[in-house]
Design a protein around this ligand. Structure first.
Ligand code: GLV
Ligand code: MG
Length: 312
């Protein structure tokens, strides 16, 4: 893993708030919400006729807004449209210094990430920004993207996250459901398990974060929590939020409980002691009724790392 990727993987992304780039009222309000990440959207939340003006609105809000404590991302349109290059050029030339990542939707091949990487590099050089600082988030939203997810994850050192896009994905594979994130009626198990695990394996192989996409029943916070818990249990780092009411649930679900965090810290302390000179240089020890060893330390480190990132 390059040190650059090591640094990239550290941004907290428990809650990734979607904000339409064409809506100044929402762009204003988003600054006061407790989301770890905001992404200002030029893609599906922005009507085609509103996109040209939205690019400039986003530049203004990135430069003049107070986004402190948040990862700042802009979602551009995908490469099959006519809008992508102008989205990237306008936003990065206008506000590149205030931008952490560009999110590319409907990614199907590594070449699409490489094209974005090259365009970013040219703009960074032109306007005098540090080359390579702006990261890339890739959305997987169709079968081809999922089949190629490993090469997409490896396509550029700018890559920070792989993001599942359930709405487009469900449509692209003809899944029989209209409720995004919920199980399709008639299937007795979890219809998303393979997709989520596939994305997670690619992300972990390349030291990237894995992010779950939206849940569109925005008034059903319990429904949101259930779907978020599914992704968090597998190991995902965070999930999109479309509504202020989902932010707190996401931050909670993707951080360890206080009990788990305290337990992880106890495992780390106990293991450090048992392997030390004073503790007899042992490879394992008992913590209450539980035997702990080097693998326990690794599991505890994950929980404790997530807890610390969440300010515990
Ligand atoms: C998000 O972009 C989705 O398609 O779910
Ligand atoms: Mg989508």
């Amino acid at each position: 893993m390059s040190s650059e990727n090591q640094q990239r993987a550290l941004r907290p992304r428990r809650s990734c708030l979607a904000v339409p780039g064409s809506n100044p009222r929402f762009l204003e309000k988003a600054q006061g919400l407790a989301a770890d990440q905001v992404f200002l959207d030029l893609e599906d939340a922005c009507a085609p006729l509103a996109k040209p003006e939205a690019r400039h609105t986003i530049v203004k809000f990135l430069n003049e807004g107070d986004w402190s404590g948040k990862t700042r991302v802009v979602r551009v349109n995908d490469w099959t449209t006519e809008w992508t290059y102008r989205d990237v050029v306008t936003v990065v030339e206008g506000a590149g210094a205030e931008l952490d990542c560009v999110m590319l939707p409907k990614v199907q091949a590594a070449a699409q990430i490489q094209a974005l990487d090259m365009l970013l590099t040219q703009i960074e050089k032109t306007v005098g920004l540090e080359v390579g600082r702006i990261g890339i988030e890739a959305q997987i939203e169709n079968a081809k993207g999922l089949v190629n997810v490993d090469e997409i994850a490896a396509a550029s050192p700018r890559m920070e996250t792989i993001v599942f896009g359930p709405a487009d994905f469900m449509a692209s594979i003809n899944m029989k459901s209209l409720v995004v994130g919920e199980q399709p009626p008639g299937y007795p198990a979890d219809a998303y398990h393979y997709i989520l695990m596939r994305i997670l394996m690619a992300a972990r192989t390349h030291d990237l974060q894995a992010i779950d996409g939206p849940y569109l029943q925005i008034r059903d916070v319990e429904g949101y929590r259930k779907v978020a818990q599914r992704a968090a249990a597998l190991g995902f780092d965070g999930k999109w939020v479309l509504h202020p009411g989902q932010v707190e649930a996401s931050n909670e679900v993707f951080a360890p409980s206080q009990e788990d965090y305290d337990h992880a810290e106890m495992i780390l302390d106990a293991y450090a002691y048992c392997t030390s000179e004073a503790g007899g240089k042992k490879g394992s020890a008992m913590l209450g009724d539980e035997m702990i060893d080097e693998a326990s330390r690794k599991m505890a480190l994950v929980v404790s790392g997530k807890g610390r990132a969440a300010g515990m």
